[in-house]
Design a protein around this ligand. Structure first.
Ligand SMILES: [Zn+2]
Ligand SMILES: [Zn+2]
Length: 312
């Protein structure tokens, strides 16, 4: 079969590789859609701590059909160990020893059955693939509060997914992004928009992944407010905050990482209930062979996710 194989940073080749094996508790899935995200671009450009030694496969937002049962499934990108401290305390998203399931950019992928989630009937594969990042947005919303006045810093795919979920809860959302096209997407989803967060809000989500944005999000929180930090910065990065708001205003900073299996199912249900949520993010469908060029192309304009269909 054909697969995109990463030989090192910025060295991605589409090659013939051996067929994956189904085994004990492992199923083979025929990939119908694998969406790209910012993490893929980072992995392609700089490598990533979870990539196995090179050459390796990647692609972690994958939907297709189980070869053995014919069931349509989303392939979650990880399975928690179930045994570590966080797993034992009900927080599998920060499992210390997860099994990563990468390799969606291929005709087929072998995945532990525990990573597979049934796709609602009417939901197309390219939309179902987005349940992986959307589950992280579902988790981030759960890390926040029920405040009615919400700000989201960053109108990328994560910021827009947060927007759709929180607008659907009937709350006021302001999305800040310097790009006019992304602000227009946020408005289409029912939010207000701004270039910067000038006012202060009860609940602020940071969805950029840069230290300046972490600080800007903290500065935009109202007294007693909560900031949920969703965008990851490179490991080892340090960021400083003013002590005043943390102390005198009891500002809370909360990290948010990844998702639980239940949140993946919630994300699939949300996608089935709200077409606007995935239609605004769906970019062009491309073949495996077109993937290296797509990752090389800088993303400007509206937030879009490429849809790799390895059958095309
Ligand atoms: Zn992703
Ligand atoms: Zn664990």
């Amino acid at each position: 079969m054909r697969a995109a194989v990463l030989f090192g940073p910025q060295d991605l080749r589409v090659e013939e590789v051996p067929e994956p094996d189904a085994g004990d508790g492992v199923a083979v899935v025929e990939v119908q859609a694998a969406t790209t995200c910012g993490t893929d671009v980072k992995m392609w450009r700089h490598g990533h701590r979870i990539l196995p030694p090179y050459p390796c496969r990647f692609g972690h937002e994958t939907a297709g059909v189980r070869a053995d049962t014919g069931e349509r499934v989303l392939v979650s990108d990880s399975v928690a160990c179930g045994a570590c401290g966080p797993c034992q305390s009900g927080r599998p998203q920060i499992c210390r020893n997860p099994t990563w399931v990468l390799g969606g950019f291929a005709e087929r992928i072998a995945a532990p059955a525990a990573a597979l989630h049934p796709i609602p009937d009417a939901l197309p594969a390219e939309a179902a693939a987005m349940a992986e990042p959307l589950a992280a947005a579902v988790h981030a919303v759960a890390r926040g509060t029920d405040a009615g006045d919400v700000a989201i810093l960053g109108g990328g795919p994560m910021g827009l997914m947060l927007t759709a979920l929180i607008v659907a809860q009937g709350r006021d959302v302001t999305v800040a992004d310097p790009h006019a096209e992304r602000r227009a997407q946020a408005i289409d989803l029912g939010a207000r928009s701004a270039e910067h967060l000038d006012d202060r809000h009860e609940l602020v989500f940071e969805a950029v992944g840069r230290t300046e944005a972490w600080r800007e999000a903290a500065a935009a929180a109202a007294p007693g407010g909560v900031v949920v930090l969703v965008g990851g910065c490179p490991t080892g990065t340090e960021v400083s905050f003013q002590t005043g708001p943390l102390h005198y205003e009891e500002l809370e900073l909360r990290g948010s990482f990844h998702h639980s299996p239940e949140e993946v199912d919630e994300a699939l249900a949300a996608l089935a209930a709200d077409e606007a949520l995935w239609r605004t993010l769906r970019g062009p469908t491309i073949s495996l062979e077109e993937l290296p060029e797509a990752l090389r192309t800088p993303t400007r304009g509206p937030s879009k996710k490429w849809v790799v269909d390895p059958r095309s």
